[in-house]
Write a protein that binds this ligand. Structure first.
Ligand code: HEM
Length: 531
């Protein structure tokens, strides 16, 4: 007779074996990553190539600070470095056009990067911004481009003008009420505009008595989740399993960014003969009617995710640029005077509005907007791309901003591996932007005070290549029209309150660049007479 196998004993062995196998796998993987892996020959700290924990230390534990560390690593290792097991980082402007291409050279997004976007809200794979595949992105982008062309945005001018005037009146009505945080005010303005354009119905944040609620907190929460989701994608999958109703109960702010209802309304109004249609065509009614978009691209889940992506992309980035612009202009009265003098040369229309196409021709005003965009950085950290069909050859240029002990001049990046650049590091390259942390609009002008466009190609705030911000024209139009209205109607009665340059200065990444944790943003006092 054989003794009966002890089941508890077998479970015990299995319980030991599983972690042991996992540890062996992990050790094997680590050795592979630093020896035989196709990126193993690239310069960089061994730990960064061996494990994602290195990136997690800077981005999760130290909170969004890997970009600073990447800057230090470039100083030590040269213009192209390995920053995690599967990704390289380059800090040479001249290589940007090889990474961020347009036309027939295909570029996928790296799935590690797109995991930063919270599932369901700016859904991984469902939105244009989180689409990994180049080919699928082309289909989605083609359908969306027409809403953001210059001609289309010019059509929107009167809506932008009315919202800007509404914003000015509302700020002025805060006279004598203590410090006003402009982050909320500007967020109300941008969210109202983009919701109106997307759904044909504005959120109406500027029409409510105060500035709350608004969309800012929801966007902050979503962007703040980015590092954790990217480095622990399983959390994303868990989030996906939480029913929407529960998520709305758990967080009122996150609950606000779910739009199936708006998509269903758009679907109803796009049906032939519908009665409840919006007065004009909106982004989503038009996407639903677009016969070139395959049916699976028009599901409510996908379009609701896309709505989130447009709302998130279109609200906070423009609002923070306006805040940064406001701080620097109020803190530098000579800059304000110069812009004001230029704006005074523009003839207003019969309703007192300053036309966008005239404003964009003002050289100093434009230079100040470019400078605000440079210092705001947009998506400040790395935005990696993968070339699936070609090896990329990087040849160290004489420009290359970093001096290194590595003497290799040529690197071949194997196809299928991610390589990216970071707006913050490019925008603070002293060779291109001397005194990079200073707000100096004149750097965008020639010695005769005319616009010098030679620096424009180094502005990375809207990204580059095929995946460059689709809303760029709209953002410029909002900035010109709103900033001009504020300068003429509001700034003479504003003064900064308890705000320093640190409140607008880049400190860390939360997908977009953020000032130090705890910053209260740009706060102003509104007085009843002009300063
Ligand atoms: C100052 C304002 C803005 C800044 C700095 C900005 C920045 C950016 C950047 C850097 C990207 C590329 C992202 C990447 O590579 O992953 C992007 C993409 C995008 N932005 Fe903006 N954006 C701004 C305004 C807007 C506005 C007003 C909209 C309104 C609709 C918008 C919608 C989008 C969308 C939908 C994408 C994805 C495009 C694609 O993947 O093809 N953005 N934005």
């Amino acid at each position: 007779m054989y003794p009966e196998p002890n089941i508890n004993d077998s479970y015990g062995k299995l319980a030991l074996l599983v972690p042991l196998l996992w540890i062996l796998y992990f050790i094997g993987l680590t050795i592979y990553r630093v020896t035989l892996h196709p990126l193993a020959k690239f310069p960089g700290p061994t730990l960064a190539g061996a494990t994602y924990l290195y990136e997690a230390w800077f981005d999760v534990v130290l909170w969004g600070r890997y970009t600073h560390q990447i800057g230090h690593l470039h100083q030590e290792y040269g213009p192209i470095i390995r920053i995690n097991p599967d990704e390289l980082h380059c800090n040479d402007h001249l290589f940007a056009n090889s990474i961020y291409t347009t036309g027939s050279r295909r570029r996928d997004k790296s799935s590690h990067y797109v995991h930063s976007f919270p599932p369901r809200y700016v859904d991984y794979g469902l939105t244009i911004q989180a689409t990994v595949s180049h080919d699928l992105h082309r289909i989605r982008r083609r359908a969306m481009n027409k809403f953001f062309s210059r001609a289309q945005i010019c059509e929107l001018e009167s809506t932008i003008q009315s919202s800007a005037l509404k914003l000015c009146r509302k700020i002025l009505s805060c006279e004598g009420q203590g410090a006003l945080n402009l982050a909320s005010a500007y967020s109300c303005f941008t969210a109202d505009l983009i919701s109106d354009y997307s759904f044909g119905q504005s959120f109406g944040f500027l029409d409510q008595p105060g500035w709350e609620p608004n969309y800012k907190r929801s966007v902050d929460i979503l962007l703040g989740l980015g590092h954790v989701l990217r480095l622990l994608p399983i959390l994303g999958s868990l989030m996906e399993m939480v029913p929407l109703s529960l998520m709305q109960l758990l967080s009122r702010d996150i609950g606000k960014v779910v739009f199936p209802h708006q998509i269903e309304l758009a679907r109803e109004s796009s049906k032939p003969g519908a009665k409840l249609g919006a007065a004009r065509s909106t982004i989503f009614t038009s996407l639903l009617e677009d016969s070139t978009l395959p049916r699976e691209e028009k599901t409510t889940a996908r379009l609701a995710s896309e709505a989130n992506s447009i709302m998130v992309g279109g609200t906070e980035s423009t609002a923070v640029t306006l805040s940064l612009f406001t701080y620097h202009v109020l803190a530098n009265p000579d800059v304000l005077d110069r812009i004001r003098a230029e704006i005074d040369t523009v003839t207003a229309d019969d309703q007192g509005r300053l036309p966008g196409h005239k404003l964009e021709q003002l050289p100093y005003f434009t230079a100040a907007i470019q400078e605000a965009l440079r210092l705001v950085h947009g998506i400040s950290g790395r935005a990696a791309r993968i070339a699936p069909d070609e090896d990329l050859v990087y040849i160290k240029s004489s420009h290359s901003p970093v001096r290194s002990c590595y003497h290799r001049n040529e690197f071949v990046i194997p196809r299928g591996y991610a390589v990216g650049m970071s707006a913050y590091l490019l925008h603070t390259d002293k060779d291109i932007f001397p005194e990079p942390h200073q707000f100096r609009p004149q750097r965008w002008l020639d010695k005769n005070g005319k616009r010098d466009r030679s620096l424009d190609k180094y502005l990375f705030t809207f990204g580059k290549g095929d995946r460059q911000c689709v809303g760029m024209q709209l953002a410029y139009w909002e900035l010109y029209i709103c900033a001009a209205a504020l300068i003429v109607r509001v700034f003479p009665r504003l003064s900064l309150s308890g705000t320093s340059v640190r409140d607008v200065q880049y400190d860390h990444d939360e997908l977009i660049g953020k000032p130090y944790v705890g910053s209260k943003g740009v706060r102003v006092l509104v007085s009843n007479k002009e300063n």
